[in-house]
Design a protein around this ligand. Structure first.
Ligand code: GDP
Ligand code: MG
Length: 441
């Protein structure tokens, strides 16, 4: 996709704010990328609409194209949508023995994932885990879990021929309690397709075990189908999270986005291979990059933004050292302050301004004042900004009016500017400025 995008975006090289057309052109490509990544059509459509609203009118960072900027916005939004649980890897396993129910279609990777998670719980959290296979359709499947258990050193419930899944679940529960296990995992049977019998069986098991976690295992290579499956399982059984397997393959993982958007269930883990260690907690950022297939562009935009901030800081510092600090500098600082968590935090970082920050906070000067001050500076002419000494009473009236504010507020801004300019000058001479600036950028 990056290649195709750069072709389209090379044409969009003008700077400034993102126009409607820029955004539309870029989003057409993004839409194709989403569909190619198996994101379902309605999900892609809604997503594009959300991005369009966010992107139009945003400023374009110097040295990247509008298209690239859009991609970054898309990426961030994608990550935002994909982010579910704050801590997707934390399984709810207090109150031992905690039951975990594994559900999903046949071949999705349930048995493998059961063993992978058991190994993780044992190694990372020191939990005693009991695994039980409820797959009575295929004796080989029960054998498979026992073999994996042997490999990773996790106990499996002894196989008793002739039991049905509900009986096995009961026995697992009893055994987990008697054996002092922290967790017992129920690996259910799957079908190739979802059907009533499969659902009824899983529901019966659920009612016996009352699981703390019900994890739906889904093959990440299946696209749209995965979403239907997820929705059905969630409606009928109720799932607490999704595990996406086979993310080591070529699949782009668009199912992750569709599933999250449609079912609202968080993706908790991703399977990355057949080996027992090949599982990781879900990281939205990674999948976002993968779905778009344009991680390089995102990195480029981030780099460009960083470079520009560093350049700005450098330029500002040079000016301050020469004792120059005009309204443009103040505006830049105010904007930086907004970014950095407001006035008090920012002032606290600068030597000598700690007190000022506190005083401002006490005087009820909250962050809305930053916005008003920026508005006042915006209302000044270029000349006035460069040389605040020009600000006579008549000009002040005009400026305040332009910003829709009182002259008294402008006077406060001017006074603050003077104080800061004085301080900058002093600090510049003493070499303290450099130190102070380090904390700011
Ligand atoms: P189940 O029918 O849902 O229990 O599926 P299995 O756990 O038996 O897995 C079916 C096949 O998929 C096995 O050959 C696994 O080794 C393989 N498998 C499971 N998870 C992954 C994964 O994350 N990546 C890859 N490449 N293969 C996997
Ligand atoms: Mg299985």
């Amino acid at each position: 996709l990056s290649e195709r995008l750069s072709g389209v975006f090379d044409k969009l090289t003008k700077q400034g704010a993102l126009s409607d057309d820029d955004v539309k052109t870029a989003l057409r490509e993004v839409r194709v990328a989403l569909l190619e990544a198996d994101v379902s059509l309605p999900v892609a459509r809604d997503f594009i609409k959300a991005v369009q609203e966010k992107a139009t009118g945003q400023a374009v960072t110097k040295s990247i194209t509008p298209g690239q900027q859009v991609v970054k916005i898309v990426h961030d939004e994608l990550q935002h949508v994909l982010t579910g649980d704050a801590d997707p890897g934390a399984l709810k396993i207090d109150n031992p023995p905690a039951p975990i129910l594994m559900v999903g279609l046949q071949g999705s990777g349930k048995t493998t994932t059961t063993a992978k998670l058991a190994k993780r719980l044992k190694e990372r959290e020191g939990k005693r885990v009991l695994m039980a296979s409820l797959d009575t359709n295929r004796p080989a499947a029960m054998e498979q879990l026992a073999i994996l258990g042997g490999q990773i050193g996790v106990d499996t419930l002894p196989i008793v021929p002739g039991e049905d899944p509900v009986q096995i679940a009961r026995r697992a529960k009893t055994q987990a309690g008697l054996g002092g296990y922290d967790v017992y995992m129920l690996d259910t049977a799957g079908r190739l397709h979802i059907d009533q019998e499969l659902i009824a069986q899983a529901a019966a098991v659920r009612d016996v075990a009352n699981p703390r976690e019900t994890l739906l295992v889904v093959d990440g290579l299946t696209g749209q189908d995965a979403v239907n499956v997820a929705q059905e399982f969630d409606d009928k059984i109720g799932v607490t999270g999704v595990v996406l397997t086979r993310m080591d393959g070529d699949g782009r993982g668009g199912a992750a986005l569709s599933m999250r958007a449609i079912t609202g269930k968080p993706i908790r883990f991703v399977g990355l291979g057949e080996k027992m260690d090949a599982i990781e907690t879900f990281e939205p950022e990674r999948i976002a990059g993968r779905i778009l297939g344009m991680g390089d562009i995102v990195a480029l935009v981030e780099k460009a933004q960083e470079t520009i901030e560093a350049e700005q800081a450098e330029r500002m510092m040079k000016r301050f050292q020469k004792g120059r600090f005009n309204m443009n500098d103040l505006k830049m600082q105010l904007e930086q302050m907004m970014k950095m968590g407001g006035m008090e935090g920012m002032m606290g970082m600068m030597p000598g301004m700690n007190k000022m920050g506190k005083q401002m906070a006490e005087a009820g000067m909250d962050d809305s004042i930053l916005k008003r001050q920026i508005a006042l500076i915006n209302s000044m002419t270029k000349k006035e900004r460069a040389n605040p000494d020009l600000l006579a009473a008549s000009r002040k009236k005009r400026i305040a009016k332009g910003a829709g504010l009182e002259v008294s507020e402008l006077n406060r801004l001017v006074k603050q500017h003077k104080q800061m300019a004085g301080m900058m000058k002093k600090m510049g001479k003493g070499g303290m400025l450099k130190q102070a600036m380090k904390g700011m950028f």
